[in-house]
Ligand binder design. Structure first.
Ligand SMILES: [Ca+2]
Ligand SMILES: [Ca+2]
Ligand SMILES: [Ca+2]
Length: 692
């Protein structure tokens, strides 16, 4: 369908170089002007900066999914949605944005053309405008035909008739139960699988199946491994019309309680098996979970890029509907499979080091024994991963010496992940056993245990999921570092598309810092996947860790404990139109002795012709981290008066800052021609140094 506006200008999409499996296509739509919102208040030191006031924010959208090979029309509501350029997606799609004729700032429709070969699963969409990029919108791509739920099916007599295979899409109101009639033949197998929590919906689904006589024959609240989504599997005892009920477990509901309910005879994987493969290798992947009969292994080549953390893999029988995909993790370790029988020390499987062993607690009371070489004084880490990979297993690890005497066990059974640290008193071997904490077992009770010597590692979390940089200006991202046996410096290198670069440094005592971004002048507005890598140098050599955005992603997915692993690195960068002013800050010194609490910055504004307005200036510091207080002891603000070009900003620092670049950013806010602007100052950070 052609676009509705007269000045529509379609530009060929920027097909970007293949980048972490992401590709984007931008299609330009010129919309209407919109009014900015109010200037935000000065944030407290230690809180995240206020978002770019001109960036689009999507507060609701529907539907959150579609069938591949079709065009899906997604209605978006929010603010600053006008002047959209397109969509940044974690899968190759084409998007047309149709602004609402009456309220272009708060409503639009995204027409998403999903290619037939789109990978199934939960993907990420963001709306891109000339002035910023939106929050991440989780979006499902499925293969099953879609059936919209009428919403009137709230009584048995109004039950909606459905014919498998299909996926039902709808929303749940508070206090409501929804009914469906499903004709089944005797012996027919059917699975009902809700995708709601796993898509970021707050719905805690519950399913009940009744036979034609009104007798309950199956029930599911929280299916193992599905993070409170319901899934039930039933083989019909007699032919007839069955009745399915769907509701929230606490009868809650509302506009964002959306769900997708897959119905059919498809495989129901909970994890891949193995759970992880080594980067750059080829592997044959099988699955763990119910209804996997006849599912062939999937051969794949694991990408080598460190920013790809997981791959979506669907279990599928030939000529049958695909099961919902599970996420295969990627690792740097050799991944081996357990070899049964391994139920006794005599049968213990010998493992080389370092390694990750992938196993299953196949039957109740299964115990898996492994024999691991150790060296005196070489500290070892044994860590089990289950829940974050989708496995329902609660794992109990023990370590025994060769005489069978227990040395260690994970004493806190709910520790996530279960972990043992062992300092071998002599060269030799130890026995590792893996058991189920509740002695249960089954084909879906998979686990992965990594066994390695304690080596320096870091984990870096971005405290925001997107970075916006005006053409010719700067942007920022706060990052938090968790160090394990590493006290050296960490250097950040970031890239978002062809015109945007970022860098930052944290020294040995610092655990929170800033990555600064710059966009070339005259860069076109648009958005790109953002890759931030942390480089660290240990005695054992340099290592590189991708920066993840776990906390923002957990929030996006409505506090889902384990948001999709493959989206943990789905950060985004956007280049926005040049604002009417840019800022530059010069600190009074390059090197600041630790303990000195006063610091001054001179802030200059570079005004575009026609911009004379006052600019409010203030400083922002990231939240506190271990060993590192908030870098501002008091709020700091000033203003550059109308027609003036500079002002001094006095900063008060705590006296116990760790050495390294001072993690402070200076922000300016102004209103101009009815719009609110927020601009970060270009600056070289002074370095806190020990002594005088
Ligand atoms: Ca549930
Ligand atoms: Ca086993
Ligand atoms: Ca065993």
């Amino acid at each position: 369908m052609p676009l509705a506006l007269p000045r529509d200008q379609l530009r060929a999409g920027h097909e970007l170089p293949h980048f972490a499996g992401l590709a984007i296509l931008l299609i330009t739509v010129i919309g209407l002007l919109t009014w900015g919102w109010q200037l935000s208040a000065q944030p407290k030191p230690g809180t995240l900066p206020t978002p770019n006031p001109q960036a689009p924010v999507v507060t609701s959208y529907y539907p959150p999914g579609g069938q591949r090979g079709s065009v899906v029309e997604i209605s978006l509501q929010g603010r600053e949605l006008a002047d959209a350029l397109g969509v940044l997606a974690s899968l190759p799609v084409q998007a047309n944005i149709v602004p609402d004729a009456k309220e272009p700032a708060s409503r639009c429709v995204v027409k998403l053309d999903l290619p037939k070969d789109s990978p199934l699963g939960v993907h990420a969409l963001r709306l891109v405008t000339r002035r910023g990029i939106s929050n991440l919108l989780p979006f499902c791509v499925d293969d099953l035909p879609e059936v919209a739920v009428t919403g009137n099916n709230r009584t048995v007599s109004e039950a909606q008739k459905i014919t498998p295979p299909c996926v039902l899409t709808g929303r749940i109101d508070a206090e409501a139960t929804y009914y469906f009639r499903v004709p089944l033949q005797a012996g027919q197998r059917v699975c009902f699988e809700v995708i709601a929590r796993r898509l970021g919906s707050p719905l805690d689904s519950l399913l009940v199946l009744q036979d034609a006589n009104g007798r309950q024959v199956a029930f599911s609240d929280d299916a193992p491994g599905l993070q409170r989504d319901a899934r039930l599997i039933y083989v019909a005892k007699s032919s007839g019309e069955y009745l399915l009920q769907l509701r929230d477990v606490r009868y809650q509901g509302g506009g964002n309680y959306f769900y997708r309910l897959r119905v059919g005879d498809f495989p129901c994987a909970t994890t891949t098996f193995p759970l992880s493969v080594k980067r750059g290798t080829t592997a044959n992947i099988t699955f763990a979970g119910p209804l996997l009969d006849g599912v062939p292994p999937v051969a794949l080549q694991a990408p080598a890029e460190p920013t790809v953390l997981g791959l979506l893999v669907s279990p599928q029988r030939p000529n049958a509907p695909p099961g919902w995909p599970v996420i295969l993790a990627l690792s740097q370790l050799d991944e081996v499979l357990e070899q049964e029988p391994n139920d006794s020390p005599e049968q213990a499987q010998r493992l080389a080091m370092p390694v990750a062993v992938n196993g299953r607690l196949e039957k109740p009371l299964d115990r898996d024994w492994f024999r691991v070489p150790v060296r005196k004084g070489q500290r070892m880490i044994f860590e089990a991963q289950t829940w974050e990979y989708g496995s329902p297993s609660a794992v109990f690890l023990t370590l025994r010496d060769v005489t069978g005497k227990q040395q260690l066990a994970n004493s806190n059974p709910m520790q996530d992940p279960p972990r043992l640290e062992y300092n071998p008193p002599a060269d030799g071997e130890v026995f590792l056993t893996v058991e189920h904490l509740q002695y249960s077992g089954g084909p879906e009770e998979t686990y992965r245990v990594t066994i390695q010597t304690a080596t320096p590692t870091i984990r870096v979390e971005a405290l925001q999921d997107r970075v916006e940089v005006p053409a010719g200006g700067v942007g920022i991202c706060f990052v938090r570092l968790t160090r394990t046996d590493y006290t050296g410096p960490v250097r950040f290198q970031a890239q978002g598309g062809p015109h945007l670069r970022g860098e930052g440094v944290m020294l040995g005592e610092q655990n929170v810092g800033v990555v600064f971004f710059q966009a070339e002048p005259k860069s076109p507005p648009g958005a790109w996947p953002l890759q931030i890598l942390a480089h660290a140098k240990a005695e054992t050599g340099e290592f590189v860790v991708p920066v993840t955005m776990t906390e923002p992603l957990v929030a996006t997915f409505n506090n889902l404990p384990y948001p999709p692993r493959h989206l943990l690195t789905a950060l985004a960068a956007s280049i926005t139109e040049t604002p009417p002013f840019l800022l530059e800050a010069k600190y009074g010194t390059d090197r600041l002795p630790r303990g000195q609490t006063g610091l001054e910055a001179l802030v200059r504004v570079h005004r575009q012709p026609g911009f004379e307005d006052e600019v409010q200036i203030f400083a922002v510091a990231p939240p506190a981290a271990p060993n590192q207080p908030v870098a501002l002891a008091a709020p700091a603000s000033t203003k550059i008066a109308r027609g003036q070009n500079e002002a001094k900003l006095a900063l008060k620092l705590p006296n116990n800052l760790p050495t390294g670049p001072l993690p402070i950013v200076i922000v300016g806010q102004a209103k101009h021609a009815g719009r609110s602007y927020q601009v970060y100052a270009r600056a070289t950070l002074p370095e806190i140094v020990a002594g005088k």
